[in-house]
Ligand binder design. Structure first.
Ligand code: FES
Length: 110
């Protein structure tokens, strides 16, 4: 089983909207389920280029791009990560070509 990654934007706009707190909360929630980060790792990302739609979160390799995320959305996002359906209301805000650039970057080996 390969490890998935969830990235939380830490760019200026998303930080102003509370992404630092969101990152901490999400990490804590997932830690309860996966304390050794075998299934999912939570990491920060510099900026996804969809700043006006922040807070943005991506899940890789699922290719799920969540926008306008607030702490109230975290239980649904965690449910998705734990095997549920993607949270449709949080998808589709950024342009597809912006998403594609992110997937290309995340897909390429570092
Ligand atoms: S600051 Fe978050 S997408 Fe740019």
């Amino acid at each position: 089983m390969s490890t998935r990654l969830v990235y939380v934007c830490e760019g200026g706009d998303c930080t102003e909207k509370g992404s630092v707190e969101l990152f901490e909360r999400l990490r804590n929630m997932l830690h309860e389920w996966d304390p050794e980060e075998r299934r999912i790792r939570v990491r920060k990302y510099p900026c996804f280029g969809g700043c006006e739609f922040g807070i943005n979160i991506t899940i890789w390799p699922d290719r799920i791009f969540y926008s306008k995320v607030g702490v109230e959305d975290l239980p649904d996002i965690v449910a998705h990560i734990r095997g549920g359906e993607p949270v449709k209301r949080l998808t589709g805000a950024v342009r597809p070509d912006v998403e594609d650039i992110i997937w290309q970057m995340l897909d390429s080996p570092w």
